[in-house]
Write a protein that binds this ligand. Structure first.
Ligand code: MG
Length: 393
């Protein structure tokens, strides 16, 4: 394990929870009958899923013998203490003394620790993902290279961004928001069916009419439908020529996903809830989608790359998911996307990213329809000291 060339080894791994208040909840104002509970969460009645009303995230700080720090981040929007505890109790002590250049090997070793107990996903793999991102950042800094250069090479420095979610109380507000983004240079828009209070087909029609034919439109169906309901709905959406339809039916229903993908006239995208290539594998085999959407906060860089390469082997595209975070896993997602041959576009969480990047040190931006890759060694993003006013643990 130790290196003959005296490469700095890992001396500590910490997990830090940050939680930033929001004026408007993610996905937009609360609908009728939706209320915030004592943990600050709200159950969206449109898909019966729980969402936070703050931007909460788990940052991972990995320190090497020479004092160099790598920063990771994982998905901590609900129950972040679960992930923090796994990092501090299980993963951190195992990593002390390891060589940060062995990052993919370490990711596989961490996965093996708990597989006999059935932890193939969930909070355990989220914790691994955050550590994996932090290790890539640390390795890049110590090797004085951007992470993308360690992933096999860099295809681009900027990547088209699609606007995700059009939060607004009324349909007109949502259309107006899309028009504002179009005037700024954005050319692709996805709306969320959970808050399509006027109806999904009506919202798609209104957006197409207002935005014209020179933009791409997408809709996230949020796992709401049975396979045949989804096929019927997609038939109704088809005249408006969406670029893709996302998450039509329940994640457990792989046969249903495959049926939709075979029968729909519109490409199907899915995968934000999946964490490893093992979870994706049956969906590749059954061709249950045309586009994969891994979420870096769930996968980490090592698994994200495997999923992207497998998608390429199946001649599928990747349009990565973007969640609520401080920007570290967004940066990681851009590095990995830039190293893959099949990523034409990346999701842009405008209501989250812009605000939270004010508390980070990075050159990464999303403006005029494009993400600009962060510059510098490692991932090119670190917390600014101003972020620690929101530290929760
Ligand atoms: Mg989604």
């Amino acid at each position: 394990m130790n290196s003959s060339d005296q490469f700095p080894l890992i001396v500590s791994v910490e997990a830090l929870i940050v939680s930033l208040p929001r004026d408007t909840p993610y996905l937009g104002p609360l609908g009728e009958g939706e209320k915030v509970n004592s943990s600050g969460y709200v159950v969206r009645l449109g898909n019966r899923a729980i969402y936070p009303t703050r931007d909460t995230s788990v940052l991972i700080k990995i320190t090497a013998e020479d004092g160099t720090v790598g920063w990771g981040e994982t998905y901590g929007i609900i129950a972040p203490e679960a992930v923090m505890h796994i990092v501090q109790d299980v993963i951190g002590p195992v990593l002390v003394g390891r060589d940060p250049r062995d990052v993919t090997v370490i990711q596989e070793d961490l996965y093996d620790l708990m597989r006999i107990r059935g932890f193939f996903g969930g909070f355990y793999v989220d914790a691994i993902a955050g550590v994996d991102i932090g290790l890539w950042d640390l390795a890049g800094k110590l090797l004085k290279q951007p992470v993308v250069k360690l992933l096999g090479g860099q295809r681009q420095t900027k990547l088209p961004a699609y606007v995700s979610g059009l939060p607004g109380a009324a349909l007109k507000d949502r259309v107006d928001l899309a028009l504002k983004f179009k005037s700024e240079g954005y050319r692709a828009f996805k709306f969320h069916s959970v808050v399509s209070f006027d109806g999904i087909v009506k919202e798609m029609a209104a957006l197409r009419e207002a935005l014209g034919t020179d933009v791409d439109l997408m809709v996230d169906l949020h796992w709401k439908f049975t396979a045949h309901e989804a096929i019927q709905l997609i038939d109704q959406l088809a005249p408006y020529r969406p670029l893709f339809v996302e998450a039509p039916c329940a994640p457990e229903d792989i046969e249903g996903q495959a049926l939709v993908a075979q029968q729909a006239r519109i490409p199907i995208a899915l995968g934000e809830e999946l964490r490893t290539v093992f979870e994706y594998r049956p969906r590749f085999e059954k061709r249950a989608m045309s586009i994969v959407q891994p979420e870096m906060g769930h996968t980490g860089i090592s698994q994200f790359m495997q999923i992207g390469r497998m998608a390429h082997a199946f001649h599928m595209k990747m349009m990565p998911h973007a969640s609520i975070g401080m920007g570290i896993y967004q940066a990681a997602s851009l590095h990995a996307a830039a190293a893959l041959p099949n990523v034409p576009m990346h999701e842009y969480q405008h209501s989250v990213l812009d605000r939270n990047l004010t508390y980070m040190k990075t050159t990464m931006t999303c403006t005029s329809g494009f993400f600009e890759m962060p510059q510098g060694h490692g991932l090119g993003i670190e917390p600014d000291p101003s972020l620690w006013q929101f530290l929760r643990n």
